[in-house]
Ligand binder design. Structure first.
Ligand SMILES: CC(C)(COP(=O)(O)OP(=O)(O)OC[C@H]1O[C@@H](n2cnc3c(N)ncnc32)[C@H](O)[C@@H]1OP(=O)(O)O)[C@@H](O)C(=O)NCCC(=O)NCCS
Length: 175
């Protein structure tokens, strides 16, 4: 694929209001609900950038910084940080506006998702190149390249370790 798109082409902001059905035992919003919101926002961005379906391949570095309470407005900001042949890193920032105060938005979490664009048979599909427009876009691209290098190195090292530990005739280790 030869075309390219800037992060602004697919960047989105989603807002929702949290409810009691989403709480944990402490009465705050369950972390998994926040992950789901972030994954949904990242998925929209991946599909817009790639122009078709894309699936979550990996999630790393989900940081929870502050609790989210019932009734708070949650805002999710997502954009493509990096695009490879068929994979994309999507950065997500989550902020809340407390329901009972008119304070500034609170930064409650951040996450980095890897999405892979898929074709009709579920295999990887090529995506447009990413064309950074601003110094922030360029910084995010550089930092995403560092995270990708670490992800691939970690995966390769773990796989190499499993192969060297495998006894002759033993079943192959599961992923
Ligand atoms: C994601 C998926 C399509 C990748 O298929 P695959 O045959 O392993 O594809 P490849 O090995 O050719 O990798 C394709 C790309 O994904 C990247 N990738 C795959 N797994 C990855 C991982 N765990 N972390 C980071 N990147 C990953 C590869 O680096 C490659 O990137 P590139 O094309 O930009 O260079 C496949 O594993 C899949 O369908 N997984 C399930 C996805 C899903 O159902 N998600 C919802 C979870 S409920």
């Amino acid at each position: 694929m030869t075309d390219s798109k800037p992060p602004s082409f697919s960047r989105i902001e989603l807002a929702t209001v949290t409810s009691r059905a989403q709480t944990n035992l402490l009465g705050n919003i369950h972390g998994g609900e926040i992950v789901k919101l972030a994954d949904s926002a990242a998925g929209v961005v991946a599909q817009r950038h790639s122009g078709g379906p894309a699936v979550t391949a990996a999630l790393d570095e989900m940081a929870f910084l502050e609790p989210v309470r019932v009734g708070d407005i949650v805002r999710t900001f997502a954009q493509v940080n990096w695009a490879g042949r068929s994979s994309m890193e999507i950065g997500v920032r989550i902020e809340t506006q407390p329901w009972d105060a008119t304070t500034d938005n609170v930064h409650v979490g951040s996450a980095y998702f890897v999405f892979v664009a898929i074709d009709g048979s579920g295999g990887p599909r090529e995506v447009p190149r990413l064309e950074p427009e601003t110094p922030d876009d360029e910084r995010r691209l550089r930092e995403a390249e560092i995270r990708r290098a670490h992800r691939l190195a970690k995966r390769a090292e773990i796989q190499a370790g499993r192969v060297s530990e495998q006894r002759p005739g033993a079943p192959a280790p599961q992923p």
